[in-house]
Ligand binder design. Structure first.
Ligand SMILES: C[S@@+](CC[C@H](N)C(=O)[O-])C[C@H]1O[C@@H](n2cnc3c(N)ncnc32)[C@H](O)[C@@H]1O
Length: 256
């Protein structure tokens, strides 16, 4: 997966959603002022920054396997403890945090059971482990439009909905229960993002971010142009600004 891009590329594609999702996940998890908080799979730092604004940046830690993303997060929140690493092997001791959050990451972990298990390990008893993932089947309009257009032109197109394990409340609840977390709850988080015009929607795919960007770059120029036109058609050929909504499924549980 392509997560070694710049913050600018990521923000144009997904950061514009992640910035809006972060406060919702923080509120859902019930993070309190002064708590020690961990952001797992921080990317370029949307959630890291939002956590820092609430609990104080010196109380925030973050980790991501992407060097450029970890560097961007560290630049965004200089007082935070930002490390390069994976969820499956977190570089912090047991009980180091009051809360561990992971935004749009569990599907990218090579072993989500191990990753969430590590999040549980580093949170003190009584603390919270929470995460969210996109509703790839329908609620995440930006990606759903892209993959539906891709499938219309290429039935073999790699569709995130068909190739992603954690994308509904049942699969997330199962992961949290398997990890031994208690008081498990799930909910939906809804965000919206505005686009200046169709190019503002399309161009970020050509930055190669994530599975959709990777698929877009794999196409030859003619097929990419056809996909662009199919996306435009499915968005009703917007002339000017438009807004897309995105639903994420969220899960939280208590460390008993
Ligand atoms: C869709 S991005 C989400 C980034 C950020 N949390 C946000 O909300 O913008 C997925 C992130 O998961 C990271 N990632 C991939 N494998 C991971 C792993 N095993 N452990 C932790 N993070 C991982 C990627 O590097 C990438 O930054």
């Amino acid at each position: 997966m392509t997560f070694t891009t710049s913050r600018e590329n990521y923000d144009a594609f997904m950061g514009r959603y992640a910035d809006r999702l972060a406060p919702l996940l923080i509120g859902y998890a019930g993070v309190q002022v002064g708590q020690r908080a961990l952001d797992v799979g921080c990317g370029p730092g949307s959630l890291t920054e939002a956590l820092g604004e609430l609990v104080g940046p010196e109380h925030v830690a973050a980790v991501d396997p992407s060097g450029p993303f970890a560097a961007a997060s560290a630049e965004r929140v200089p007082a935070a403890d930002v490390q390069v690493g994976t969820a499956e092997s977190l570089p912090w001791p047991d009980d180091a945090f009051d809360v561990a959050l992971s935004q749009l990451v569990v599907n990218f972990m090579s072993d989500a059971d191990a990753g969430v298990g590590e999040m549980r390990r580093v949170v003190r008893p009584g603390g919270t482990v929470a995460a969210c993932t996109w509703d790839y089947w329908g609620g995440m309009t930006m990606l759903r439009t892209f993959w539906d257009a891709a499938l219309a032109l290429d039935p073999e197109a790699w569709d995130e909905a068909r190739n992603t394990r954690y994308q509904d409340v049942d699969s997330l609840r199962g992961l949290w229960l398997r990890t031994g977390l208690g008081a498990v709850e799930t909910d939906a988080l809804l965000v919206e993002t505005s686009y200046r015009d169709f190019d503002d929607y399309w161009e970020p795919f050509t930055g190669g971010v994530g599975p959709a960007g990777e698929y877009c770059l794999s196409l030859d120029p003619d097929r990419r142009a056809a996909l662009r036109e199919e996306c435009r058609r499915r968005l009703d050929d917007p002339e000017g600004p438009f807004t897309l909504s995105a639903t994420a499924w969220a899960v939280k549980g208590r460390v008993d």
